[in-house]
Ligand binder design. Structure first.
Ligand code: PBG
Length: 327
């Protein structure tokens, strides 16, 4: 006999029913947000090798896609636009008949209840591919936030439920809040990419969204992965500026920050599991090196466990399909 009795934690793991009873974390399709790429004047869907099964869609394709998403009980989409026209000032981003504005209007005709979260940024719309506007060779922060607010208001006018600034410009949240309120859109919420890190995990996204910077990099506006305290300060600043939902991005290599942010602020928290995270799993699964469904399930649960209330993920449909197969 051992001196101390064996502590038998296995007692509560013996059957499926007791394991279900003991379950601590639950992830449901209604915790997920599905990213969608919509391209202006598109005839045939366009795919890129780095993002298998994710395509650039036309507006008509988007309506069909939302039908599927709705049936899977995924409540929200995040819309990214690829315009036909790019210029210095990103004017097609706030055009009333721009690709995002037209897509939102069309979606609302058919799916009133789907939560539309619109990406508010400039990189797909500017010739430079930067998230802010350039004056004299450098990012002009204060001019950029005015334009971002204009974009946000144009999305709200089209019917966006939540606007999601991803440019990492200082003051973007307060400026957008002010302009939305002034235009009467007091109910439109803001989900800010609060701590968006300068990450190489975005590279497949830049293929599909056509938004790589033409010169330099994004290090003067996105946070470094070496600076966790600065990430927390970014989140705190957004909260002080009136954000509704904060976001940490990417997710998998940033679980510590998801955990810390939730513990520190206890605010609604989204995690963005980005394109590179998707590519890693898809490519290894294609080789047969890892079991895809199980890995998706485990990874998304880890993000929820760290503290995310909701996850923006390219696996949203895959997860929901697997979920309903098992339930
Ligand atoms: C640009 C933007 C990026 C992503 C979302 N919005 C790329 C970037 O900052 O270069 C990345 C998302 C992903 O990788 O899935 N505003």
């Amino acid at each position: 006999m051992p001196v101390f009795p064996i502590r038998r934690l296995r007692r509560l793991r013996e059957t499926i029913k007791i394991r279900d009873l003991m379950r601590e974390i639950t992830l449901l399709p209604n915790n997920l947000i599905c990213p969608i790429f919509v391209q202006e004047n598109l005839e045939n869907k366009i795919s890129v090798p780095s993002m298998p099964n994710i395509e650039r869609l036309s507006i008509t394709n988007v309506i069909n896609e939302i039908g599927e998403i709705d049936e899977l009980n995924i409540p929200a989409i995040m819309l990214f636009g690829i315009p036909s026209h790019k210029d210095e000032n990103g004017t097609s981003a706030f055009n009333q008949n721009g690709i995002i504005q037209n897509t939102i209007t069309e979606i609302k005709k058919y799916y009133k209840n789907t939560i539309i979260i619109s990406d508010v940024c400039l990189c797909q719309y500017t010739k430079s591919g930067h998230c802010g506007l350039i004056s004299n060779g450098v990012i002009n922060n204060d001019l950029s936030i005015k334009t971002l607010a204009k974009i946000a208001v144009s999305h709200a006018e089209a019917g966006a439920d939540i606007v999601s600034p991803s440019a990492m410009m200082d003051g973007q949240v307060s400026t957008i809040r002010q302009e939305l309120d002034d235009a009467g859109f007091t109910s439109t919420a803001i989900m800010s990419h609060s701590a968006k890190h300068s990450s190489s995990f975005y590279s497949p996204f830049r293929d599909i969204a056509e938004c790589a910077p033409k010169f330099g990099d994004r290090k003067s506006y996105q946070v470094s992965f070496t600076n966790p305290n600065e990430s927390i300060r970014e989140v705190e600043t957004d909260i002080n500026e009136g954000v509704d939902i904060i976001m940490i991005k990417p997710a998998l290599s940033y679980l510590d920050l998801i955990y810390q942010t939730k513990k520190t602020f206890n605010m609604p928290l989204a995690a963005y599991s980005v394109s590179g995270e998707y590519a890693l799993i898809k490519s290894a699964a294609k080789q047969g090196w890892i079991p895809e469904k199980e890995i998706i399930n485990e990874v998304l649960h880890s993000i929820k466990r760290a503290g995310a209330d909701m996850i923006i993920t390219y696996f949203a449909k895959d997860f929901a399909h697997n979920f309903y197969e098992q339930h």
